[in-house]
Design a protein around this ligand. Structure first.
Ligand SMILES: C[S@@+](CC[C@H](N)C(=O)[O-])C[C@H]1O[C@@H](n2cnc3c(N)ncnc32)[C@H](O)[C@@H]1O
Length: 232
């Protein structure tokens, strides 16, 4: 199919039907706090708390963008004996910014990669997170990415997803639908209609997830727990 987008996409980004943001990378750190109406820091703190990072761990951030939260998680982890925090994003320009911001933190790694084809062996990570990412995927990719998160998380591990979900206040509905109208992104409407919940139920996470908290009238924090005993 002919490339219809106005913005150039990096080679990795061209391999996915997800909405990728190479073009937004230089401005993303300015725009993100505006898009969350100033709630970004509070939401990041909530995610870090929910991941219970009390001991050195291997953590993956899926759709990490410019890696702000990835770096925050690295800094929140105890340093000894070792910590490994990885961020992946399909947009290579995002990964370039994330690597620049990471400085020389050993064990903080960024890679251009697709969520639906994670480049890690099974059971690599103790914790996985993803923020504001799933509303960039169509339904099929949501299910594939959730299956990949299941695969690379170790049994007994946990994942946290913060994303657009069914609004629970009028103001939240206004914010969520405004995002849809502004970006003309059908994937956002899917989330508003509860399709991320449907995708969780159709994925290996069936009945292994809950929503411990809701935010800003239209966001949900999903908690995914992989049982100790799993069938391969
Ligand atoms: C709205 S940004 C979220 C960035 C960051 N997690 C945050 O909370 O600010 C969504 C990111 O998903 C990336 N993305 C879209 N489709 C992807 C895919 N299939 N695999 C990996 N990343 C993808 C985009 O390039 C973009 O950087």
């Amino acid at each position: 199919m002919a490339e219809k987008r106005l913005h150039p996409r990096s080679p990795c980004a061209r391999r996915t039907a997800g909405i990728t943001l190479d073009h937004a990378a230089p401005l993303y750190d300015w725009l993100a706090p505006l898009m969350t109406l100033g709630a970004e820091q509070r939401l990041h703190r909530r995610i870090v708390e929910s991941l219970a990072l009390d001991r050195p761990a291997a953590v993956l951030d899926v759709g990490c963008g410019t890696g702000t939260l990835t770096r925050q998680i690295y800094d929140a982890l105890p340093a000894a004996p070792a910590r490994r925090v990885c961020g992946i994003d399909a947009a290579e320009a995002m990964i370039d910014v994330a690597r620049r911001k990471a400085g020389n933190r050993s064990g903080l790694e960024f890679a251009a990669a697709l969520a639906e084809e994670l480049p890690y062996p099974g059971a690599t990570f103790d914790r996985i997170l993803s923020t504001f990412f799933f509303h960039h995927l169509n339904y099929d990719l949501k299910i594939k990415s959730l299956a990949e998160i299941w695969r690379v998380l170790r049994p007994g591990g946990q994942a946290a997803i913060l994303d657009v979900d069914i609004p629970y206040t009028r103001f939240g509905a206004l914010c969520a639908w405004s995002g849809y109208w502004l970006f003309r992104q059908p994937e956002i409407a899917e989330n508003i209609r509860g399709r991320l919940r449907d995708a969780l139920q159709e994925s290996p996470w069936r009945n292994q997830w809950s929503i411990p908290s809701r935010h800003s009238g239209y966001l949900s924090l999903f908690r995914l727990v992989k049982p100790q005993e799993t069938t391969p």
